[in-house]
Design a protein around this ligand. Structure first.
Ligand SMILES: C[S@@+](CC[C@H](N)C(=O)[O-])C[C@H]1O[C@@H](n2cnc3c(N)ncnc32)[C@H](O)[C@@H]1O
Length: 355
């Protein structure tokens, strides 16, 4: 799907949009504070009656000046209507308050990316995540994920899970139609997919491979679900070229994993996956590709997420165009035997076998 062939805006619309971009960090913070300080919520609850500035001030923990400038900024942004001094919520204000996708996207931008994005240009010039130092002293974000402050870690996990949670239930029947007996979940993170597999199929055994520090969280999920006898854990840093993937599996699963690596690193990992697969085994890749999205806004979210990878995560990966990954697969001795788009709406499932 190519949503980018035409220039749909009039000159006026283009200039309006340009001003929104010029002030984007300002409007972003105004919206976030209006949400987090409970102002959107209070105005929403006032329904069509609306609220005046003076009615709102005693109901927030901000000074009158703060509430006043935020409300006036919100008017320009389009969050409110203003009649006879009374503020009511617009549809945009409502989605800013209630839409879960908007919330996870905003929280990850604020808690993980915002301060580091100042160094985006440096990151791009130097090919390293120069903004990561705002979170901690690590080479890649994933090394530090388990030791982030709880609030930032929660925002990152909510963002990651929001997208994979929608896709996992749709992917399960597609994977288990092939009857895998031993499944390797590479980059299994908190163990959500592994637990869902174990619940879906009573006999499948699963191995999660991930960075050692990340496995502690998977261990907790497995214990909570009493699945210690069906899910194993293997510590592996796949950036180490000499680290093989554990063998003995007829299915290998990589969900939202390959976007954490450069194309050269992807080829190296895929070659190890091809070597680890049992004869006749299948590699399943669940990814979000910006060219396979049902609408331009979904593509936009992925294209902007690439800059999180550039500035914060590792400095060399991105949300890929599907042709980038298909090229890496061919280079790694793997062929795609089936492609399924819009799994849970935004994901693509690629079924691959050794050539
Ligand atoms: C974006 S998360 C995806 C998690 C999960 N598969 C999902 O779909 O929600 C990427 C996962 O890859 C893991 N990872 C990142 N770099 C890694 C590396 N060098 N070796 C092994 N795992 C790595 C991270 O710890 C994290 O669990």
């Amino acid at each position: 799907m190519n949503h980018f062939q035409d220039d749909p805006k009039t000159a006026y619309e283009a200039k309006v949009e340009a001003q929104r971009i010029a002030f984007a960090p300002v409007t972003f913070q105004a919206c976030r504070i209006l949400r987090d300080a409970g102002i959107l919520e209070r105005i929403h609850r006032s329904r069509t009656a609306g609220m005046t500035l003076e009615e709102l001030v005693p109901q927030t923990d901000l000074p009158r000046y703060g509430v006043k400038v935020l409300l006036e900024a919100g008017l320009g942004i389009g969050l409110f209507c203003w009649n006879d001094g009374r503020y009511t919520l617009t549809k945009l204000g409502y989605y800013m308050l209630r839409d879960p996708m908007t919330r996870v996207n905003m929280d990850v931008v604020h808690d993980i990316c915002y301060r580091g994005l100042y160094d985006l240009e440096r990151s791009l010039r130097e090919g390293r995540p120069a903004g990561l130092k705002t979170l901690g002293d690590w080479d890649t974000f994933y090394e530090g994920l388990s030791s982030l402050p709880p609030h930032a870690r929660e925002s990152w996990l909510a963002f990651d899970h929001y997208y994979s949670d929608a896709a996992f239930p749709a992917a399960l029947p597609l994977v288990f139609a092939d009857g895998p007996k031993r499944l390797l979940d590479v980059g299994g993170n908190t163990g959500r997919w592994a637990v869902q597999c174990a619940r879906h199929d009573p006999v499948v055994r699963i191995t999660i491979a991930d960075l050692p520090q990340q496995l502690e969280f998977a261990r907790e999920t497995i214990r909570e679900n009493h699945l210690e006898n069906r899910i194993d854990l293997v510590a592996a840093d796949l950036l180490e070229e000499a680290t093989p993937l554990p063998g003995g599996h007829d299915a290998i699963w990589m969900s939202q994993f390959l976007n954490c690596f450069s194309e050269a690193q992807i080829v190296s990992i895929l070659k190890r996956a091809a070597a680890a697969l049992e004869p006749g085994g299948t590699l399943y890749i669940l990814e979000l590709f910006w060219d396979r999205q049902p609408n331009a806004t979904a593509a936009f979210c992925l294209q902007q997420t690439s800059l999180y990878f550039a500035c914060i995560a590792n400095g060399n990966s991105q949300m890929y165009h599907s042709s980038d990954l298909l090229r890496c697969l061919a280079e790694s001795g793997l062929r795609v035997v089936e492609e399924c788009d819009q799994v849970g709406l935004y994901h693509t499932l690629l079924k691959c076998r050794r050539i």
